[in-house]
Design a protein around this ligand. Structure first.
Ligand code: ZN
Length: 471
């Protein structure tokens, strides 16, 4: 006999009855608000083609680095989980066997947000009513596979069922946005927009950097061997993203928050050097200069900037060699926002027409750097708890450490930042619950009136993201 799968209606709300009561009312008031998903990594082809999701393993396990990294850490080879090898070498291709292996190891996710997201997807979206284990793996596999074949489980139907008002994907600067154009031409009412991620052509350390700069020139008809032509080409791609992808934001995933504000002559000389191979210092300097250039362009075209610094990507050479990027071997690194952002802030920090949203993987910066900075500079906002910290404890720590200095209104609501479409409603629901729990404590301690808490709950769940991302 397998255990029943049930989701407690008060999950994640405070355990003490007085606070729980307030949190419950707050959560009820925001539970059904539409989802604004202004930053994420779902695949726009899902919504363009609206083809059914393949099978339970392809949906929940093979693409989800949160899940397979945990199994890998306990000795399960990634090949056995169907994660493709770069060399095309043999990996498990039978989705049912991959599912079984996952079911045998599901206990490894106990206490993690991945487990909560999965339970939410299984129970609320797929109607599973027993907890996954080795004994019922086949039965649950068949149940999910059957559902995925039906029209209600196609991407567009799910988008509507999830009550999504807008969903942003993320594309590189050279992307032709064919999926977004197809969505727009289809007459479907869902709003799937893109975000402009230029790292491939602004980071000299990005693989294929020089070839991509050449391609950037070809696409835009600009001379990208010159600094001016290169900048004009980037401005051109930004316009293309706005026009054909409904883009309202850029995203910059740099190793640090380093910025520069070089003279035009120095920037030109640096650009010439990085085109011919660069030292690590030159690459860092160039990335920093490009953040300032992007801020300058944002003041012209209105795109909101997101800076996602501090991930050391590809730490494990074996994983890099064998499976490639984003396979669970990326780690948080210390980040210094106050010092690193100063050149950019000296130039644009006081500009009320610019919005720069700062994310961090270094939680020590919430109270020491990010909240004080955003609590001063008009151009800065505090991005939500991200990646390793998009979790019940992480979101609570975020609120506890940013609110007193940054307030609620320098934050920008929630980002699910996910590749896993079925986790979108789960993640937003989790955040609404934790925010309600936090607000309930302020009310119970008589630090915030209840009517104000209701207003803040709605702002955190819906209005702030809409406003900050200009949606
Ligand atoms: Zn992201």
């Amino acid at each position: 006999m397998s255990a029943p799968l049930s989701l407690h209606k008060d999950r994640l709300l405070p355990a003490d009855p007085a606070t729980r009561h307030i949190a419950r009312d707050l959560y009820e008031s925001v539970r059904d608000l539409p989802i604004i998903s202004p930053h994420g990594h779902t695949d726009p082809s899902w919504f363009a083609d609206d083809t059914p999701f393949a099978d339970p393993a392809a949906l929940f396990i093979i693409p989800d680095h949160y899940i397979f990294r945990m199994l890998y850490s306990q000795g399960v080879p990634l090949e056995d989980l169907g994660v493709p090898r770069i060399d095309g070498g043999p990996v498990e291709t039978d989705p049912r066997r991959i599912w079984h292996l996952f079911a045998q190891n599901q206990h490894l996710l106990r206490g993690t947000p991945s487990r909560m997201w999965l339970d939410h997807a299984f129970h609320e979206i797929l109607g599973v009513r027993e907890r996954l284990c080795a004994d019922n793996a086949d039965r649950i596999y068949d149940h999910i596979a059957e559902r995925l074949k039906s029209p209600e489980y196609r991407p567009r139907a799910l988008y509507e069922r999830f009550n999504i008002e807008v969903l942003a994907t993320t594309e590189g600067a050279l992307d032709d946005l064919r999926h977004h154009r197809k969505i727009a031409a289809s007459g479907w009412e869902g709003r799937v927009i893109t975000a402009f991620r230029p790292d491939g052509v602004t980071d000299p350390d990005a693989p294929g950097f020089r070839d991509d700069i050449t391609e950037l020139g070809r696409l835009t008809g600009q001379d990208t061997t010159s600094w001016r032509g290169y900048l004009a080409a980037l401005a051109d791609r930004r316009r293309y993203f706005i026009e054909y992808g409904g883009c309202t934001s850029t995203d910059h995933g740099h190793p640090t928050a380093h910025t520069q504000d070089l003279s035009e002559t120095d920037a030109e000389a640096l650009f010439a050097r990085v085109l011919n191979g660069s030292t690590p210092q030159e690459a860092e300097c160039f990335r920093g200069q490009m953040l300032t250039e992007m801020a300058r362009m944002s003041l012209k075209d209105g795109l909101v900037m997101q800076i996602h610094p501090g991930a050391r990507r590809g730490q494990n050479p074996y994983i890099q060699r064998t499976f490639g990027e984003a396979k669970g071997d990326d780690f948080p690194a210390p980040t210094d926002f106050v010092h690193d952002l100063k050149p950019l802030l000296n130039r644009f920090g006081n500009d009320r027409d610019l919005t720069i949203i700062l994310f961090t993987l270094d939680e020590t910066t919430y109270a020491r750097e990010i909240a004080p900075l955003a609590g001063h500079y008009p151009a800065l906002r505090i991005g939500p708890a991200w990646w390793f910290h998009d979790s019940p404890e992480g979101i609570m720590r975020f609120r506890e450490q940013t609110t007193e200095t940054g307030g609620f209104y320098n934050t920008v609501g929630f980002n699910d930042d996910t590749r896993a479409f079925f986790s979108v409603p789960a993640r937003h629901d989790l955040c609404r619950r934790v925010d309600s729990a936090y607000l309930a404590r302020l009310v119970a301690e008589h630090r915030l009136d209840l009517d104000e808490a209701f207003r803040v709950a709605a702002d955190l769940s819906y209005h702030l993201a809409k406003a900050a991302y200009r949606l």
